[in-house]
Design a protein around this ligand. Sequence first.
Ligand SMILES: NC(=O)c1ccc[n+]([C@@H]2O[C@H](COP(=O)([O-])OP(=O)(O)OC[C@H]3O[C@@H](n4cnc5c(N)ncnc54)[C@H](O)[C@@H]3O)[C@@H](O)[C@H]2O)c1
Length: 253
Amino acid sequence: MDRVKGKVAVVTGAARGIGRACALRLAEEGAAVAVTDLLDDEGQGVVDEITSNGGRAAYWKLDVCNEAAVERVFNETADRWGRLDIIVNNAGIAGPAEPTDKINEADWDKLFAVNVKGVFFGTKHAVPHLRKAGGGSIINMSSIYGLVGAADAPAYHAAKGAVTLMSKNDALLYAGEDIRVNAVHPGFIRTPMVEQADEEFDGQLIPAVTAKTPVGRLGDPDDIAWAVVYLASDESRFVTGSSLVVDGGYTAK
Ligand SMILES: NC(=O)c1ccc[n+]([C@@H]2O[C@H](COP(=O)([O-])OP(=O)(O)OC[C@H]3O[C@@H](n4cnc5c(N)ncnc54)[C@H](O)[C@@H]3O)[C@@H](O)[C@H]2O)c1
């Protein structure tokens, strides 16, 4: 309890999956949480769950590709709760599961708009608020696919690789202002993203990635959310520019 008490957080893509778990756990640990997503009903459902448990949260519709909207929602969050301390740049899409020589430009650009430009906008418009608060924590959702190859999803790998290095470089840029920037690298986590991909691959994906995960199971969204709570809290005050891998041993090989 109270690991992030008094802090104010924005979580993008918070209506379901990993983002939802991050919002729930941050609120449980005392943060006021802006739950932001494109999915209004699911997003409001997360807010209702938090407030019915005595937490503080509100929902904003937010497409992370829309810079003006990102700036407005961050301003409204800070106006509502008086400050902004934590941004979880979580929103992401899987994109085309095709080899590089088959991907079309529009699919590549769409993936980069959400997974890379969305993190850029989230960081750009968080920094002035974190500066005003005297510091803060930016947590970028990369992936094991931002660390190692897997001979699939080339655009996703390229985008998550970008997020990994954006996190390290921004950590250096803002370290002197006590604004920490870290990346989290989930392995395969049971979320709607993975379940939908499994359906597209006729139920072959989850067994295949389970077999590649040394602990022999997929992760749970809370496995990632607790890593995010750590990076959001003052427990990690000396941690910046790090890559926190939460993958059941996938990249240990
Ligand atoms: N699930 C995994 O195995 C896994 C592994 C590594 C990394 N990740 C990353 O974790 C993050 C969350 O993944 P997830 O598995 O929970 O996915 P998910 O699809 O279950 O949830 C993603 C959420 O992001 C929202 N979203 C999508 N595009 C958006 C946009 N333009 N603006 C705002 N919100 C948008 C969706 O509506 C959805 O609620 C992503 O960045 C993903 O790449 C997931």
